[in-house]
Design a protein around this ligand. Structure first.
Ligand code: F6R
Length: 606
């Protein structure tokens, strides 16, 4: 949701700024801009398009400067045009500013500025900020005072950074409800929306909290509270991620690389300290009502958790999409709310958690990004250790979250004595076998899935069907298809089909059905029944299943046969095949895999 990068150093930083903003491109990629300092004069360049294209077109790397800020945009207020691209400059050209978030009271502020003679060239909420800096600087002749005055007037959410020709060796930045952090190197300082802006150059980060601003120069930095203006002592956070894991390593796309990393991310999840999870299990036991919370893919993970807790621990914990949580959940002091978020920055999830905290209830979250807003807000955080997920589309993080939630459900079932230690160990074995089985699928089946996906890539309508715990898998894999290949794919519980959607079945609507292993007898039989309903109407069915159909040889129009699996982990294998099917469909259609149109990795706005 927009990426901010800033660098101040000893030598020219143009290339570092480029790397920083390029590494943040997954947060938004409609348009890009930079502000650099030529002695005491600001140079501004901006244009629509991606980071690399912009840098090439405008020869940005030729511009030498020891200080600069850059922005990659995901449009919220105002269309994707050059005028709406950040940075924005003040009327006198002495301030250049980039912003992520939404200034909710920008209209009255803009009206006032217009009355005072300021001219506006964009439709954005951000442009007022540069003008406010100029206006307040004129009064105080002090950049910091002008900055604090501007911050005291604006409402809404922001991570912002600016440079000024009045103080040409300093970067000013501030944060409220949009992520921003500092990178602390020797004789060089960075600011970025996340670690990726500087991970190649320093692993020392200072994570800004809401209501703080910072001033950086090459050899020093200071963080202050916006209200009190007092200095705040901040700890240095050591970034655990290795910058190498953020590179493509020969894969054509991050999405494929991240799908292939899944055996490793599952092992990482299973190597987690069990004591970390035991405390959460105690909280499940003590809670009056527990909710799972997440949005997008993370909501489907939450839905998966609902099924797995019902199945293993005989507990019904509703899952609610974060955007609907506040109107739906009935949170009390004794409630427990368990959030799922890869980025740890998703606005809807963060808002729901703040609401939960205001009710005095307990909060837990699984997140992938250490130091993220959700990780710092909740009472207990489980860091899933999946490594950076660069592709905008979530794959490895979702699977890893499902594994952790399965483990939690098993532990809870054991605590409640619903399963014996022996059964628990069998389940654990099944989870531990997963990485090797997934590796086998990736090695042996991906060619087949590729051919299948290419063959049907012209089809514009898919129904993704599954029963029980396979229903969230159907929803999630359909979402993959929509996001990456822009193909209409509707995830549905297959039992629901005959209550309306069956009318859609014709030559243009194809179905993918996630068939459970036959040992999962009730679900298996019910799923076959749904397939027969489609076939009876001459509908196309791609069956993904674990055994060849015994009796009915023409049950499927196409089939993908998977190695036999225990029912506990079978849905997770389906997830991987669905990810690959979407990926290969999108590559056949030559889609922009890692940066699908209109999307952004972390949705930090309402
Ligand atoms: C889908 C996807 C999104 C995110 C959603 C929540 O591939 O990535 O649907 O799952 O925006 O994001 P997090 O998990 O960061 O809270």
């Amino acid at each position: 949701m927009c990426g901010i990068s800033g660098v101040v150093g000893l030598k020219s930083i143009s290339n570092l700024l480029f790397e920083g903003v390029r590494n943040l491109e997954y947060r938004g990629y409609d348009s890009c801009g930079v502000a650099l300092m030529n002695k005491t004069r600001l140079i501004i360049k901006k244009d629509v398009g991606g980071v690399e294209e912009f840098y090439r077109k405008h020869n940005i790397l030729q511009l030498k400067s020891k200080i600069g800020i850059a922005h990659t945009r995901w449009a919220t207020h105002g269309k994707v045009t050059q005028n709406n691209t950040h940075p924005f400059t003040s009327r006198d050209g002495n301030f250049a500013l980039v912003h992520n978030g939404i200034i909710s009271n920008y209209r009255p502020l803009k009206d006032q500025l217009q009355k005072e003679g300021f001219k506006f060239f964009s439709e954005t909420d951000t442009e007022i900020l540069a003008h406010l800096l100029e206006k307040f600087f004129k009064r105080s002749q002090n950049v910091e005072q002008a900055f604090v005055k501007m911050l005291s007037l604006i409402e809404g959410t922001f991570a912002l950074a600016f440079i000024s020709s009045h103080l040409p060796e300093q970067i000013f930045c501030a944060k409220r409800e949009s992520p921003l952090m500092l990178g602390i190197g020797d004789e060089i300082k960075f600011v970025g929306s996340d670690f990726n802006a500087f991970i190649d150059h320093t692993k020392n980060a200072v994570i800004l909290d809401d209501g703080e601003y910072a001033i950086l120069s090459r050899d020093t930095y200071v963080v202050k509270n916006i209200l009190s203006k007092e200095e705040v002592t901040k700890p240095i956070t050591k970034i655990e991620w290795d910058s190498e894991t953020s590179k493509k390593e020969g894969y054509p796309h991050y999405m494929l690389k991240e799908i292939y990393e899944q055996p490793q991310t599952i092992s990482n999840a299973l190597d987690m300290e069990t004591s970390e999870l035991d405390e959460i299990v105690d909280w499940f036991a003590k809670s009056r009502n527990t909710y799972f919370l997440g949005v997008g893919t993370s909501f489907y993970v939450a839905k998966y958790a609902k099924y797995i807790f019902s199945r293993l621990a005989q507990e019904f914990f509703p899952s609610i999409s974060s955007d609907e949580f506040m109107v739906l959940a009935n949170v009390k002091k004794q409630s427990l709310v368990f959030a799922i978020s890869q980025s740890g920055e998703t606005f809807d999830t963060l808002s729901a958690l703040k609401h939960v905290k205001s009710r005095g209830a307990r909060t837990v979250a699984i997140v992938n990004v250490m130091g993220s807003s959700i990780a710092r807000l909740v009472d207990k955080v489980v860091l899933q250790r999946s490594g950076p997920e660069i592709c905008v589309i979530s794959t490895k993080t979702a699977l890893s979250q499902m594994v952790i939630l399965t483990l939690l459900a098993m532990k809870f079932a054991l605590k409640k004595k619903i399963i014996t230690r022996k059964t628990y160990n069998l389940h654990l074995r099944a989870l531990r076998d997963l990485p090797a089985i997934i590796q086998g699928i990736l090695n042996e089946r991906s060619g087949f899935i590729h051919r299948l996906a290419s063959r049907y890539s012209g089809n514009r309508n898919w129904l993704y069907l599954g029963r029980g715990v396979y229903y969230p898998i159907a929803l999630e894999t359909a979402l993959k298809m929509k996001e990456v290949a822009y193909i209409h794919a509707e995830g549905m519980s297959s039992g629901f089909l005959k209550h309306g959607t069956l009318a859609m079945i014709d030559d243009d609507v194809f179905s993918i059905v996630f068939v459970p292993p036959p040992e999962d007898k009730v679900l298996y039989e019910a799923t076959l029944h749904s397939i027969e309903e489609i076939r009876a109407r001459s509908g196309f069915v791609l069956g993904i299943h674990f055994t060849p159909p015994r009796k009915n040889q023409d049950l499927y129009s196409e089939e993908l046969i998977l190695p036999s699996m225990p029912p506990l982990t079978a849905p997770l294998i389906h997830l991987v095949t669905g990810q690959l099917f979407a990926y290969f469909t999108a590559t056949s259609l030559k889609c922009d895999i890692d940066k699908p149109r209109s999307l952004a990795k972390s949705v930090t706005v309402a």
